[in-house]
Write a protein that binds this ligand. Structure first.
Ligand code: GLY
Length: 315
C-alpha cells in the first residue's frame, strides 16, 4: 500500500513492484493542497489513456495538458508574465523511456505547449524555440490562444512591487527592469516564488514503460527570452528504462544540478524511489523551493520542501 511518510510539505510514497500502472501528477512546488483536485483530474485523464490501450508517454502528456488548462497553475493558460508585463513565453517537454524526447522553449500564444512538445518528439529535433516553435505549432494547426489571465497580471504587479517598484511605471524601460532584476541592491525580496511553478507528470504503464512530461510559464522574475529547466534534456524531466523523474522549482538551480537525470541515475544504481526523491530535494538549500516526482521499477515517490499539490493513481 502506498503511504504518506512525512508531513504536508514533504510527502513520500512507496509501493511494491506488483502494480500495473503508476501515475503521479503535480501542480508545482508551493502550489496549495487545495489545488490537488486538478492534479487528481489530470491523473484520471492519464488513466483514461492507459485504459484505452495508450502508452505511458500519451498518459503523461494528457495529464499535463489538463493541468495547463487550469488557470490556477503557472503553465499554459495562467502562465507567468515576463517582467515586461506583456509577454508570456512557455516551455514544455516530454520524454519516454526509449529515449524519445521533444521540447519547446519560449513558445507564445498556444493553449497547450505540451502538445506541441509531443509533436517535436516526432521530428528529427529535440527542441524548438521562440518564433520557430510558435510557427511549428501553427503549421500543425494549433490555434492562436492568449494565455494571459487576470491572475497573471496581479502576480506580475506583485513581482514588480517585490522588486522595489510600484507596478505602475517604475520599471518603464527595459534597462530599468534589467537593473531591478540583476542589481543586488534591488533584491529586497526573499527567494520564494510568489506561487506555483511547473506542472508535471510521471507514468509507468502496464508494460513497464516510463514517461515524464512538464510544462511551465517560467519563474516569477524573468527577462524575455529566459528559458528554464523544463526543455533542457535531463534537467526538468528524464525517463529511461529504470524510471521517470519530473522536477519543479527555480529552473536555473535545477539545471545547474542536472536534477532529473541525477535522480534517474540513482534509480539506475538501485536506489529506492523514495530515497532518490529525498536525495534530490536535499541537493538544494532550504531557501530554494523544490519538488520532484519519481517513479521507478520498485515504487514511486513525491517529495518537496514546500507544499505541492499532487496526486497519485496506482493500479
Ligand atoms: N521550473 C520552471 C522554470 O524555472 O522555468
Amino acid at each position: 500500500m502506498p503511504g504518506r511518510l512525512r508531513g504536508d510539505a514533504r510527502s513520500w510514497y512507496a509501493q511494491g513492484n506488483d502494480v500495473k500502472h503508476v501515475i503521479l501528477t503535480h501542480g508545482g512546488v508551493t502550489s496549495p493542497q487545495s489545488h490537488a483536485d486538478s492534479c487528481a483530474a489530470a491523473a484520471d485523464d492519464a488513466l483514461a489513456v492507459l485504459n484505452a490501450g495508450g502508452e505511458a508517454l500519451g498518459a503523461a502528456i494528457a495529464a499535463v495538458a489538463r493541468l495547463e488548462d487550469d488557470p490556477r497553475f503557472n503553465a499554459g493558460t495562467g502562465s507567468n508574465l515576463r517582467l515586461d508585463g506583456r509577454t508570456i513565453e512557455m516551455d514544455a517537454a516530454v520524454m519516454a523511456s526509449d529515449g524519445r524526447f521533444g521540447a519547446v522553449a519560449s513558445i507564445e500564444r498556444v493553449k497547450n505547449p505540451v502538445l506541441v512538445a509531443a509533436k517535436v518528439l516526432e521530428t528529427p529535433h529535440l527542441l524548438l524555440a521562440g518564433v520557430g516553435a510558435t510557427a511549428f505549432a501553427r503549421r500543425l494547426g494549433f490555434d492562436d490562444h492568449d494565455p494571459v489571465t487576470e491572475g497573471a497580471r496581479e502576480k506580475h504587479a506583485r513581482a514588480l512591487a517585490a522588486l522595489g517598484g510600484n507596478g505602475d511605471g517604475d520599471f518603464s524601460s527595459d534597462a530599468a527592469r534589467f537593473h531591478a532584476l540583476t542589481a543586488k541592491r534591488f533584491w529586497n525580496f526573499d527567494a520564494e516564488p510568489l506561487e506555483c511553478d511547473t506542472v508535471g507528470a510521471v507514468v509507468r504503464d502496464a508494460h513497464g514503460r516510463f514517461a515524464a512530461a512538464a510544462s511551465t510559464g517560467g519563474s516569477t522574475y524573468m527577462l524575455r527570452g529566459r528559458v528554464g529547466d523544463v526543455p533542457l534534456l535531463g534537467a526538468g524531466i528524464y525517463a529511461g528504462p529504470h524510471g521517470a523523474v519530473a522536477a519543479t522549482g527555480i529552473g536555473e538551480e535545477i539545471a545547474r544540478r542536472f536534477l532529473a537525470r541525477t535522480v534517474y541515475d540513482w534509480l539506475a544504481d538501485g536506489v529506492a524511489p523514495a530515497r532518490a526523491a529525498q536525495r534530490g530535494v536535499a541537493m538544494f538549500p532550504d531557501v530554494l523551493a523544490i519538488g520532484v516526482l519519481v517513479v521507478g521499477r520498485t515504487g514511486q515517490a513525491v517529495a518537496s520542501n514546500r507544499t505541492m499539490a499532487s496526486a497519485q493513481l496506482v493500479g
